[in-house]
Design a protein around this ligand. Structure first.
Ligand SMILES: O=C(O)c1cc(=O)[nH]c(=O)n1[C@@H]1O[C@H](COP(=O)(O)O)[C@@H](O)[C@H]1O
Length: 276
């Protein structure tokens, strides 16, 4: 999916919600365990219940890889089940030397047909650029993450005063464009969000950390939106585990609906978003 299509979808659905399919076999409702593929049965119900409210699904591959070959089969069924017109993210946080990075890119773009993959920038330019060579596909580079450990490296000051994460953002914008590169900016990083948006005015940000990690949707949206919206706000546990009984999909829909309603309101109120 290209940027124009993504912006169009956001406008049509009045939503910039990304639902994280971080599906843990041990957290899904008991009755689903009777299915041959319980995780897929769960994902299918969540997708059916929420596909009109979100513009993206993020599959965190860790939750599938931990189940070995069965997990990869579940991942494949899930990505194939996501309807056309919804932006798909393989949250795999890959990063390795160039020829290996190319194999990672092939895995997620060619074999599994994801639109995008999350990439860890620590190994530098040659570990990132292979992901940018696939037409119509995106790399989503970790910029400033939502977790406590983001202070360990990302928020360290460099000589000259800039943060390490700022150096990563600036380098990233020289490697890729706003048409094939996004950045992860954690929803918990409200203090930095305006600074980040000023440094990177055009790129989309994937913003995880709303819901279970306590990030505030309104605050982060007001600070982070650009004229094309420019945000994909991810919620995983706060939606998919909104309920855990027979009605879990209805509960997930209700939670997603609340986010979508809030997002429509924020899109309408944020004057910057003239394009949306
Ligand atoms: O790249 C990510 O998606 C990511 C980056 C980050 O800084 N923080 C973060 O929580 N994530 C992911 O976003 C999701 C957040 O899940 P919830 O906290 O359950 O909404 C998980 O899949 C995390 O791995």
């Amino acid at each position: 999916m290209n940027r124009q299509e993504l912006v169009h979808t956001i406008r049509e659905k009045q939503s910039y919600l990304c639902i994280g399919l971080d599906t843990d076999l041990h957290r899904i409702p008991r009755h689903l365990h009777a299915h041959a593929d319980p995780v897929f049965a769960f994902n299918k119900a969540i997708i059916d219940a929420t596909k009109d409210l979100c513009v993206s699904y993020k599959i965190n591959t860790a939750f599938y890889e931990c189940m070995g070959i069965r997990g990869w089969e579940t991942l494949q069924r899930t990505i194939e089940y996501i309807p056309e017109g919804i932006f798909t993210i393989a949250d795999a946080k890959r990063g390795d030397i160039g020829n290996t990075a190319t194999q990672y890119a092939k895995t997620f773009f060619d074999t599994f047909q994801f639109d995008s993959v999350t990439v860890a920038p620590y190994m530098g330019k040659d570990s990132v650029t292979p992901f940018l060579e696939f037409s119509g596909k995106w790399a989503i580079l970790l910029g400033l993450t939502s977790n406590e450990g983001s202070g360990d490296f990302q928020l360290q000051r460099m000589e000259g005063g800039e943060y390490l994460y700022e150096k990563v953002l600036r380098a990233g914008t020289s490697w890729g464009s706003a048409d094939n590169l996004m950045f992860v900016v954690g929803a918990t990083q409200t203090e930095q969000m305006a600074r980040i948006r000023a440094l990177v005015p055009d790129h989309f940000f994937l913003v995880p950390g709303v819901g279970a990690q306590g990030g505030d949707l309104a605050q982060i949206s007001q600070l982070g939106m650009n004229k094309d919206c420019g945000l994909l706000v991810n919620v995983s546990r706060g939606i998919i585990y909104a309920g855990n009984g027979e009605d879990f999909a209805t509960d997930a829909r209700q939670a997603a609906q609340q986010y979508q309603t809030a997002m429509a309101d924020l899109l309408a109120r944020t004057t910057q978003t003239v394009g949306v």
